[in-house]
Design a protein around this ligand. Structure first.
Ligand code: AMP
Ligand code: MG
Length: 714
């Protein structure tokens, strides 16, 4: 292929619980989406299969395309699964003497994270997960640094020697060192690491050693411990998985350095020193993709919604920015990693459907069939009804077009399962029962979406809703109905939207450090200057870490655009706001005033002008440094509009479709064959190899020149 415009440059990958999606973009902006069933035991194979599926649409082979690629970004659930299933490394933990049970006990809230309201209320359902490090592999060492960073008890080095020896004798495969207040003074942690490395060298071992101060220098002991332990427990083994994927790609000629989506919304190299931040990556892609599209097309306020086989994920973009959660929980562990703020519900197209024997009502999930679809896919070995079974029985999905026909779905098997497991016990017909399932799901998703927006003090009237994920378009009408969104938008590449989002993300490292800066209203100029110095020192330290990470990938410091930021609050407040610094460096009273001004402005925008409280003084709680290097990004599609009538070759006939208690005849269309400007009135079903847009009676949709469907009630 010598046409430069046809060179394939960018690839995004979303290895989800159900499907592995790939998204390829050419130099001329054209793209294709590929899907394959996920393979938890061999992610690399699923990526290859999915790539093949995508590139086949351009009539091209992996061996031709991989060498052309400039950028590839991966997101997946492997690391999260490793943590959830407790299949990580045997970590040995060194803590303060007397604090040995701290990690095992965990914060109280961890025992009910992820619970529904009724389970939160009942203490007897609270469950403590197995700790990442068991008691016998945790050793205390005497030392003490106080909350100001002053050493009050010197380190007993002899105990550190004993601790390391004991952990090694017990077969530790990594060592994590976490002392109280180490983020204020890491001297003791670093000294213990030195001692441990000496012992390791003597014993001819090269297991990794992690100190919290060098990885996650943030306050809150439980968060800092969990995150440092995760780095040892899960990140190192995941690096092997990523290496495996990278090797397979190199095997077909890839030359790029594989990057991974990280929880802060940027992408990092799989070689990055701190990899735990890729623990949650999959659903973030969609939010980044929404932001990218929003910026390109002028949508400022976006409600992002993603439904796949296993979950419903929501996020808000307000005035072009998504929020960052600073101390989120991941896999029921509180961690100190910045995470794109998202709400997730365990409800998707693969969710199991059961009749509650006590209340005789239909219950959905929270578990799901994952990549095994439901009873309708015999080979999957699932015998419990799923939402997908209801989809095929009611005509929502075409049983011969699942993954473009790669999986043949058995409607009769689904019908039988629904009959015996749901319809008969409730005394309903099969379609009434299946229709009820769809309505329950729609209603529950709608409720979640509405409360997510309202809880943040916003109104859907000010937002457009983006709907994606393979199953998003199947339910868009159902979960947006009556909410009053300004517009409801479904990208034609909804099924690969998260993978697309990964391809749009920046190559960006972000590091955080806690600082304690307090400037009361009466503060002298000296205090303000000293505050600038403290902040600047933290920035310098973080910038060095960021540049070091880029260096691993062969970038020079001058290639990196540094963006400093900080977390600030009015003195005495409990919460802070994250601000992009208006200045690259700070040193003077004037600089301090500029910083305060930037905070005041943001505060007035996020809350209200009248809520500003400068009379309390100002506090900075955290320093943030982001570093970015430019990478190749996809283009937003642009096609000339044709008339409202869909072309002949887009029509695929019709099929019975069950809607609100009545069978209707829905017209069928091929999504790929529709042209910009086309309008379709329901009942209609628009089919694509990996997603299906359902347009019920009373609704209509229009395809715009960017290949975005706009869905509305007429
Ligand atoms: P995702 O996990 O985002 O890939 O979404 C997977 C879901 O997409 C499936 O569980 C289906 O409910 C839905 N879907 C809709 N149309 C199709 C199709 N043609 N092939 C496969 N999945 C589809
Ligand atoms: Mg998905």
């Amino acid at each position: 292929m010598n046409n430069l415009a046809h060179l394939v440059e960018v690839m995004g990958i979303d290895a989800g619980g159900t499907m592995t999606d790939t998204f390829f973009v050419r130099a001329d902006g054209e793209f294709v989406v590929g899907k394959a069933q996920s393979n938890p035991n061999d992610e690399a194979s699923a990526v290859m299969e999915s790539s093949g599926d995508a590139l086949h649409l351009w009539g091209r082979k992996l061996e031709e395309v991989y060498p052309e690629l400039v950028t590839a970004v991966y997101s997946g659930t492997a690391m999260l699964n490793r943590v959830v299933q407790r299949k990580g490394m045997k970590v040995g933990l060194i803590v303060n003497r007397g604090m040995e049970d701290f990690h095992r006990m965990g914060r109280g809230i961890q025992c009910y994270l992820g619970y529904s309201l009724e389970d939160r209320l009942h203490l007897n359902t609270h469950r403590y997960d197995e700790p990442l490090v068991p008691a016998e592999r945790t050793v205390g060492v005497t030392e003490r640094v106080d909350c100001h960073g002053d050493i009050v008890i010197p380190l007993r080095e002899k105990e550190a020697v004993e601790a390391t020896t004991r952990l090694l004798d017990q077969g530790a495969q990594a060592i994590a060192i976490v002392f109280l207040h180490a983020h204020k003074n890491g001297k003791h942690e670093r000294r213990v690491a030195e001692i441990a490395r000496e012992i390791l060298a003597r014993r001819g071992s090269n297991i990794p050693v992690f100190t919290s101060v060098d990885y996650y220098p943030t306050r809150k002991e439980s968060h800092r411990s969990n995150t440092t332990i995760l780095e040892a427990y899960a990140a190192e083994p995941s690096r092997k998985t990523l290496l495996g994927i990278s090797d397979r790609m190199r095997g077909v000629g890839a030359k790029y350095d594989l990057r991974v989506m990280a929880s802060h919304g940027g992408t990092i190299s799989w070689k990055a020193k701190e990899l735990a931040r890729t623990l949650v990556s999959g659903p973030i892609g969609g939010v980044i993709g929404s932001k990218f599209l929003g910026e390109a097309l002028g949508y400022d306020n976006i409600a992002c919604s993603d439904i796949g086989g296993t979950s419903f994920d929501m996020a808000l973009i307000t005035k072009g920015e998504f929020a960052i959660q600073k101390d989120p929980n991941m896999a029921r562990l509180l961690v100190s990693l910045p995470l794109v703020a998202m709400d997730s519900v365990g409800a998707g197209a693969g969710s199991f459907v059961r009749v509650d024997p006590y209340s005789q009502s239909i219950k959905l999930g929270p578990d799901s069939a994952g990549y095994r679809v439901g009873c309708c896919w015999e080979e999957g070995g699932i015998d419990t009804v799923t939402v997908s079974d209801c989809h095929v029985v009611l005509g929502y999905l075409n049983p011969d077009n699942f993954l473009g026909g790669a999986l043949k779905l058995n409607v009769e098997r689904a019908r039988q399962a629904i009959k015996t497991q749901v319809a008969d016990p409730l005394g309903l017909t099969v379609e009434k029962a299946a229709g009820g399932v769809i309505e329950i799901l729609d209603q529950s998703l709608r409720g979640h979406l509405r409360s997510m927006i309202n809880a943040k003090g916003y109104n859907p009237l000010d937002f457009v809703c983006f709907s994606y994920g393979g199953a998003g378009p199947v339910h868009t009408y159902g979960y947006t109905e009556g909410l009053g969104f300004k517009d409801v938008i479904i990208p034609a590449w909804a099924a690969g939207f998260s993978a697309f989002g990964c391809a749009t993300a920046e190559f960006e490292y972000r590091y955080d450090k806690s600082v304690d800066i307090a400037v009361p209203p009466s503060a002298s100029d000296g205090t303000k200057t000293a505050s600038c110095v403290t902040l600047q020192q933290a920035w310098d330290e973080l910038a060095e870490k960021v540049i070091e990470e880029f260096r691993i990938n062969g970038f020079k410091p001058e290639d990196v655009i540094l963006k400093p930021g900080f977390s600030m609050q009015y003195l005495g407040q409990l919460n802070d706001l994250e601000i992009d610094s208006p200045l690259g460096t700070v040193s003077s009273v004037e600089d301090w005033n500029r910083i305060v001004e930037a905070f005041d402005e943001t505060y007035a925008r996020v809350y209200a002008r009248a809520a500003r409280s400068p009379e309390l003084g100002f506090g900075i709680t955290g320093a943030i440094m982001r570093g970015i290097v430019a990478t190749k990004k996809p283009k937003v599609p642009m096609e000339p509009e044709e008339g409202p009538t869909p072309p002949r070759d887009s029509e695929l006939g019709s099929r019975p479709f069950y809607q609100r208690g009545v069978w209707k005849i829905a017209k069928l269309y091929s999504m790929e064959a529709l042209r910009a400007g086309n309008e379709i009135a329901g009942p209609a079903v628009i089919e694509s190899p990996a997603t299906t847009l359902v347009v019920p009676e009373g609704w209509s949709t229009r395809l715009d020149s960017h290949r975005l469907f706009h869905l509305r009630e007429v």
